[in-house]
Design a binder for this molecule. Structure first.
Ligand code: UT7
Length: 332
């Protein structure tokens, strides 16, 4: 028995940070950010709010959509690159936030950055197919803002990212034609350092120190052009892989949910695949890049706007740090 999506939810913090707000704290411009990325604003938490807390708000909305109580969840799979703690993971904290920690259900953390949601989805799908767990909560959430360099030194990365969460509840699909058709994942660790946060690091004692912080090693670093080039190559590649495996063509897909790293990346991917722009959804202009939260948050928006009808075909695809990339085909 395959898995299908029972409910979706997303949540972003209230505080809106526009490109003009960023102009006040670093040497950047609204024009530069819009032209290169399509981002107009993003949401930042008030420091003190952690990733699991953000995810808990999205989770409650997804549970409501699925008409389930938190007690009915059998397993949590939590994708994030900005966990509340170095350890333990945010999955256990999400169970606690939902008031179900005492039930003792398993909670996984998945560390695959912008592709993390797709990795989490495959884990959940496999559990349900095997009959190991029935109802799995898949979270993708990030609090980036508190870990970004808010000075001009960090502008190439800081302007790109926002805080937010998306949650998807999965359960068994009674109809073999509907649900998750396939998930296709890849990684290439040769380029691990092309987009990373280096510290805290187990390679040094202590894992983090004042000199490391001052050298900027606790902030994200990225070779933007290199990442961009690889994203526009790998995303169409993994979409073709998914479609070929399922005997489908791009024109069979009704809705395209791409990772929201840069509008230009997604426009280039859509052009390569010859996709109708109105079927390629986006929320990057208002949220920036939510990493693991991006695809589930966008899926939830599209679902809540009533755009997806039963039987529609959804294709998701993303690329990110690792490098990792992947795609998913879902029959609604
Ligand atoms: O989700 C994970 C995956 N991440 C991505 O997919 C991101 C992929 N990369 C990108 O989206 C793009 O590479 C960026 C949007 C990050 C950068 O665009 P770019 O066209 O590759 O710019 P660049 O890094 O080559 O920088 C061009 C110029 C530089 O100045 P000079 O050397 O030409 O004088 C930068 O210093 O733009 C400057 N610059 C900025 N200027 C104003 C870099 N960041 C900024 C900024 N504001 N925020």
């Amino acid at each position: 028995m395959g898995a299908r999506i029972l409910g979706t939810g997303h949540h972003v913090p209230e505080r809106v940070v526009t490109n003009h707000d960023l102009e006040q704290i670093m040497d950047t411009s609204d024009e530069w950010i819009r032209q290169r990325t399509g981002i107009e604003q993003r949401r930042w938490v008030v420091p003190g709010t952690g990733t699991a807390e953000l995810a808990s708000h999205a989770a409650r909305k997804a549970l409501e959509a699925a008409q389930l109580d938190p007690e009915e969840i059998d397993c949590i799979v939590f994708a994030t690159l900005s966990a509340d703690y170095f350890f333990p993971g945010s999955g256990v904290l999400l169970a606690r936030e939902l008031g179900i920690a005492e039930r003792g259900i398993p909670a996984f953390d998945i560390r695959n950055q912008c592709t993390g949601y797709l990795y989490a989805l495959q884990v959940a799908d496999a559990f349900i197919r095997q009959g190991i767990y029935r109802r799995v909560l898949v979270a993708g959430a990030e609090v980036h803002s508190t870990g970004l360099d808010h000075t001009t030194r960090g502008r190439d990365v800081t302007v790109l990212f926002g805080d937010g969460a998306g949650v998807t509840i999965l359960g068994p699909s009674e109809d073999p034609e509907r649900g998750i058709l396939g998930i296709y994942l890849h990684s290439d660790g040769r380029f691990a350092e092309k987009l990373m946060i280096e510290a805290p690091t187990s390679r040094e004692q202590p894992h983090i120190s004042q000199p490391m912080i001052e050298a900027g090693r606790a902030y994200p670093s990225m070779d933007g052009r290199f990442v961009f080039k690889n994203a526009v190559r790998r995303m169409p590649e993994v979409v073709h892989e998914a479609l070929a495996d399922q005997g489908l063509r791009p024109q069979d897909v009704d809705h395209w949910i791409f990772h929201q790293a840069n509008l230009r990346i997604n426009e280039m991917v859509a052009r390569q695949l010859e996709l109708p722009p109105e079927r390629c959804y986006r929320n990057i202009h208002k949220y920036g890049n939510l990493s693991a939260g991006a695809m589930p948050a966008l899926l939830d928006e599209v679902v809540r706007e009533g755009r997806i009808a039963p039987g529609d075909l959804i294709c998701m695809a993303g690329f990110g740090s690792g490098f990792t990339w992947g795609s998913a085909l879902i029959r609604w």
